[in-house]
Ligand binder design. Structure first.
Ligand code: HAM
Length: 420
């Protein structure tokens, strides 16, 4: 029998695994600079958490959750996203009482959604993201977007993305808007798709991003959120738009953007590749939430955050020929030519590793030509060749394996030469 991975999951091996780890570490580093702290929560939660937060009207809860009864007959769900778990953890640990507000958490880990697998859409995938809980007003919304863009800058794609945004208004605005949408859609419901017949009662906002052909004309005629925004909603939206303009970020105000999760009010946004802005797969998405913390027992606190899909970002980077793992550090192949050279070679390898380089020592003592072939297969950047002459003169023979240039350098001068 040949064993295969579960449909919609994937293995990360070799280069792909390194790219994933590099993405995670660059993201956490970017978050740290904004004073966000790593926060880890379980992959399993009681299902009720997602019903109450992501919402019974969302596609995630209606169709996509991995839910099962454990041996104690409790309904358990594998996390389809992080926000609910992070807020649950903040409230359960009373961090909103004991910590300085806002609480700024960042995370990176696996999520599970039972979706139809296709490029960029998996059943098991990685999300990274942040949540800023216990904030007020629009400044944290801007900070969160700024963090996301600074992360995109660090991975080399800031200039090639488009921010789509919408403003769902305060909780009050959203409620009034929702009621008006419901009334409008109920008057057309006979002609709408089966999904929307359910959505109209569960969450009529979700109808706005329904893709069914028969619904498009009806959706076009629906009331627009912009007609419902209060003066302070408009002021907040304008502040966010001014920020994006000032920073020269390409953005689009999209009144149909409602996001697939029920907890949002205020700002919602999604990030797309500029050259494919209508693709179904956003690179990242997020927004502001008013009611979520209260719903989970944590009082009247607002929050804002975003999550990105790691697989989607990695394939976008690959299309653009960007490698994060390679950019981080040169790979060095140390080649001792005889057993007498081993201790000195190990000494050199340790000091290079301490300086942050990836170093592989070839212990085979085989012919130099076969060592070079191996170095090429391992995609090494530099070769450090060490024979008895190098040991006695405290030097090494350094070869740039890409440019094919070589020279002898002293042990002390080696790091400086590599950094050049
Ligand atoms: P979301 O839009 O559902 O938002 O997911 C965020 C990102 O996760 C998406 O933009 C996409 O890149 C990635 N993603 C989602 N589903 C899949 C999938 N099946 N396969 C691969 N990648 C996927 C949230 O999850 C919210 N919790 C974001 C947030 C944080 N809002 C406030 N704070």
């Amino acid at each position: 029998m040949n064993y295969q991975k579960v449909k919609g999951t994937h293995d990360f091996t070799l280069d792909k695994a390194e790219e994933l780890k590099a993405l995670e570490s660059i993201f956490l580093e970017s978050s740290y600079r904004y004073n966000y702290h790593y926060h880890d929560v379980p992959v399993m939660e009681y299902s009720e958490l997602y019903l109450r937060s992501v919402g019974e009207g969302s596609d995630i809860v209606r169709k996509e959750m991995y839910t099962f009864l454990d041996k104690g007959n409790r309904s358990i769900t594998l996390r389809p996203e992080f926000t609910a778990g992070i807020v649950r953890s903040i409230v359960e640990n009373k961090m909103q009482v004991t910590s300085v507000l806002p609480i700024k958490s960042c995370y990176f880990g696996r999520c599970y959604r039972y979706e139809r697998p296709q490029a960029g859409r998996y059943r098991e995938f990685y999300q990274g993201g942040v949540e800023c809980v216990g904030t007020k007003g629009v400044n944290s919304d801007i900070e969160v977007i700024s963090l996301l863009l600074s992360f995109f800058n660090a991975i080399g794609i800031k200039e090639s993305v488009l921010v789509k945004l919408n403003y769902l208004g305060s909780e009050e605005t959203r409620k009034t808007y929702s009621a008006s949408l419901k009334e409008y859609f109920l008057s057309h419901i006979e002609d709408m798709c089966e999904d929307c017949k359910e959505r109209v009662n569960l969450n009529p906002l979700r109808i706005l991003d329904c893709k069914a052909k028969e619904d498009q004309k009806i959706i076009e005629g629906a009331p627009k959120i912009s007609e419902f925004l209060s003066d302070s909603d408009k002021e907040n939206l304008n502040m966010i738009i001014s920020y994006l303009k000032d920073k020269g970020i390409t953005y689009e105000y999209d009144r149909g953007l409602v996001r697939g999760l029920d907890y949002y009010s205020g700002l919602v946004f999604e990030i797309y590749p500029k050259d494919n802005p209508t693709s179904e797969g956003a690179l990242a998405g997020g927004g502001h939430y008013y009611g979520l913390v209260k719903e989970l027992g944590g009082g009247d606190l607002e929050g804002v955050g975003f999550s990105f899909g790691a697989e989607r970002l990695l394939s976008y980077l690959e299309e653009r020929g960007i490698s994060l793992a390679k950019r981080k550090s040169k790979k060095i192949y140390v080649m001792p030519l005889s057993p007498e050279c081993l201790p000195y070679s190990e000494d050199i390898a340790s000091s290079l590793r301490e300086a942050g380089y990836l170093v592989e020592v070839d212990y085979s003592l085989s012919k130099i030509t076969s060592m070079f072939k191996k170095a090429e297969r391992l995609d090494m950047d530099l070769g450090v060749i060490i024979g008895e002459d190098e040991v006695s003169s405290s030097s090494v023979h350094l070869k740039d394996l890409r440019k094919k240039e070589e020279k002898t350098v002293s042990k002390e001068g080696l790091l400086g030469e590599i950094e050049k």
